[in-house]
Design a protein around this ligand. Structure first.
Ligand SMILES: [Zn+2]
Length: 219
């Protein structure tokens, strides 16, 4: 599921241009998550909170400080890099930054949500300080090696709580062969043809082999 970037070893949630072709972010909608990330009701837009100042001996609780665009040395933070990419996109100087999004569904379980276009950001008062909120819209291009486009009208992201339910119900294994490697949430991304993925009933775990076998049959 996460071999491509080895998500487990990424040190931070925001990784601008981790790959020459795209950036990588890790999101979480779990109740104890450090940031407030969410999928909007349109099913294809993600709001991703920017990141805090790192904790130091002088900064005991970064949650009381504005999220920074730059460090004290004047270099961009990850917030700054992502915000600048949006500014360039809005000035038509560059296309939207492509961002690969992974989501934590359980401790140690990361799931690929797909590729998104970074289209906007805002700075919002969260009650006590200013935070960045990045707006990502599911990209029609889900494969950096091909020009094939998915049908965004018939695609909905699977909500985290549904994934968590499915993972537990299917015991973290392919429902066909019991494999625990390269698992995918079936009905995820390009394969949904108007079918709903709003409840766990319509979603199951499949290994890559069985997932490919199934999609070949549909096409
Ligand atoms: Zn299988």
């Amino acid at each position: 599921m996460c071999e491509a970037e080895n998500v487990q070893t990424l040190q931070r949630g925001m990784n601008f241009r981790l790959n020459p072709k795209y950036s990588v972010i890790l999101m979480s909608q779990r109740s104890n998550a450090p940031y407030r990330d969410k999928i909007l009701s349109d099913g294809i837009t993600v709001e991703y909170e920017g990141h805090d100042q790192p904790r130091t001996r002088y900064i005991i609780n970064p949650k009381y400080l504005d999220q920074p665009r730059a460090t004290i040395n004047g270099t961009f933070t990850q917030n700054g890099h992502f915000a600048l990419a949006v500014d360039k996109f809005k000035r038509h100087e560059e296309g939207a930054e492509l961002v690969k999004v992974y989501e934590k569904i359980l401790p140690g379980v990361w799931s690929l949500k797909g590729f998104f276009d970074l289209v906007d950001y805002k700075i919002e008062l969260d009650g006590k300080r200013n935070v960045f909120v990045f707006i990502l819209s599911l990209s029609a291009e889900q494969n950096t090696d091909s020009k094939a486009k998915i049908d965004l009208k018939h695609t909905r992201l699977i909500q985290s709580e549904v994934k968590m339910e499915v993972w537990k119900r299917d015991h973290g294994k392919c429902v066909k062969c019991g494999s625990t490697k390269n698992l995918h949430f079936d009905h995820e991304l390009p394969f949904s043809k108007g079918g709903t993925s709003l409840t766990s009933k319509n979603v199951r775990l499949l290994c890559m082999e069985h997932n490919l076998a199934k999609s070949a049959k549909i096409e």
